[in-house]
Design a protein around this ligand. Structure first.
Ligand SMILES: [Zn+2]
Ligand SMILES: [Zn+2]
Ligand SMILES: [Zn+2]
Length: 184
């Protein structure tokens, strides 16, 4: 069988820094409550965060800690913990429309619908790297590589019972791939 080179090797860490609730709480405390200078906060947060990203996150934190939409600053009712990213109905809709539109645009040009950077694998909607990273992250955690919802079925290498049943052909291919990785 052909070697699946893209399936081998280490799982690369996420390139983009994604802000968590704890990050926003930290930023809000440092900037708004303690009034620390931007440079001090940058030092405390460590590598990978630019000044512009931090400014942006401070703006977002101010909004969400006041229970306002992070985009248009309209008040939003939410039971989620203070500091969670909040968006009003209209902005949520706009954001999802924008994402869908971009995804469609990129896929039409043969570019990955996830990272919007690399070429898609024919027959898929993502590039090799994005397929590989997502599937393998799940696989390592013991979660179904296809749906990412259920745990891996006991007799399967990578899929849950639901996905095994629903797509036999896919699962055969997937198992062959993983078998190659584990035993090959
Ligand atoms: Zn809004
Ligand atoms: Zn991609
Ligand atoms: Zn599944």
């Amino acid at each position: 069988m052909r070697t699946q080179n893209w399936y081998r090797g280490e799982v690369a860490p996420k390139q983009q820094h994604s802000w968590t609730l704890a990050d926003r709480q930290k930023i809000y405390t440092m900037r708004v409550k303690q009034n620390l200078p931007i440079n001090d906060i940058l030092d405390l947060l460590g590598v990978g965060i630019t000044r512009i990203k931090l400014f942006n996150q401070i703006r977002i934190s101010r909004a969400v800690f006041a229970r306002k939409c992070f985009r248009c600053r309209k008040p939003v009712h939410s039971r989620r913990p203070l500091g969670s990213l909040l968006a009003c109905k209209q902005c949520k809709q706009k954001l999802s429309e924008y994402k869908k539109e971009m995804r469609r645009k990129y896929l039409k040009r043969g570019i990955c619908g996830v990272c919007w950077e690399r070429k898609v694998v024919p027959g898929f909607t993502a590039c090799r790297k994005c397929i590989s990273i997502a599937h393998r992250r799940r696989y390592i955690k013991g979660i179904c590589g296809k749906c990412g919802k259920h745990s891996i079925y006991k007799s399967s290498v990578a899929l849950c019972l639901n996905c095994l049943k629903s797509n036999k052909k896919y699962s055969q291919l997937y198992r062959a791939r993983l078998r190659e990785k584990v035993h090959g």
